[in-house]
Design a protein around this ligand. Structure first.
Ligand SMILES: C[S@@+](CC[C@H](N)C(=O)[O-])C[C@H]1O[C@@H](n2cnc3c(N)ncnc32)[C@H](O)[C@@H]1O
Length: 261
């Protein structure tokens, strides 16, 4: 699979190219990979980057997103409230520095598995977990990717993912993995930035900036039709809303919501 730099290929209806699902490959990976060692998978879906790049990206994410987080808080509060009393075991894909933990991890009975291919995120995520009041024994950080989640089928009550489907290498495969690990009735809570509508000036700008964004922001795509991927993934119900965030400038619009398995 090759990382796309072409905005126009990022649509779920065009199941060719880098974002396409190859079910045979997906299931082969799941069968062949020992649960204790995901290194090969990790390297395939998130090829190793220099340590300084990963450190810098983690540092920037931890320090430069405060005003964005303040603006997105009203939407996050809304969707994370749906986890209350419904989710004890939660996996967050692409947890990054852990900005969501304060929304759902205050209940001491909650167990959280955060997965991220960037090992340098771990110290920030652990610190966020501590600030959220989560006992260390209830938080696990796994160095892994969303395309092959190292958890059993139907093993979690909820999956959380914010600003991550823009960065995974294979969107369809990641969403199928989300569905696989969710128990029946489980919730997928998401916030994602997506590509602007075709014909808008913003889309024109996104197409120009997309290759640069991927280089600077660890594979983040500006133009993906993530809404289409989630809506067509076969969840029993999808509650999806759209918002435009001032602080996110050209990284807009955003979609946020809850999908139910
Ligand atoms: C823009 S950051 C968002 C982090 C965090 N979720 C947030 O809302 O601040 C994207 C995150 O996705 C992670 N990531 C990149 N590729 C991934 C993959 N294939 N699977 C899971 N996470 C991935 C990155 O390491 C990074 O932590």
């Amino acid at each position: 699979m090759v990382l796309s730099s072409n905005c126009s290929s990022s649509s779920p209806s065009k199941r060719i190219g880098p974002d396409s699902v190859d079910p045979a490959k997906s299931s082969k990976l799941l069968e062949s990979v020992p649960r204790s060692n995901y290194t090969d998978v990790l390297n395939e879906f998130h090829p190793p980057k220099p340590g300084w790049y990963e450190e810098l990206f983690a540092f920037v994410l931890n320090t430069a997103t405060k005003s964005y987080e303040a603006e997105v808080a009203r939407y996050k509060s809304e969707i994370f409230s749906s986890l209350r009393d419904k989710a004890q075991k939660i996996v967050e894909i692409g947890i990054g520095t852990g900005p969501n933990l304060s929304y759902y991890a205050s209940n001491p009975d909650v167990e959280v598995v955060g997965i991220d291919p960037n090992q340098k995120m771990e110290k920030y995520a652990r610190s966020s977990a501590e600030s959220a009041g989560l006992p260390p024994s209830n938080f696990e950080f796994i160095h892994a990717v969303g395309e092959v989640i190292p958890l059993d089928d139907a093993s979690v009550d909820a999956v959380v993912g914010t600003l991550v489907l823009c960065s995974v290498k294979d969107v369809s495969m990641t969403i199928q993995e989300i569905k696989r690990v969710l128990r029946p009735g489980g919730l997928y809570v998401f916030v994602e930035h997506v590509g602007a509508k075709e014909g808008k000036v913003l889309k024109f700008i996104q197409k120009i900036l997309d290759p640069l964004q991927q280089t600077l922001a660890d594979g983040c795509h500006l133009c993906r039709d993530t809404e289409g991927y989630i809506s067509e993934a076969g969840f029993s119900r999808v509650e999806l809303n759209t918002a435009s965030l001032k602080k996110a400038t050209f990284v807009n619009p955003h979609i946020y919501g809850v999908a139910y398995k």
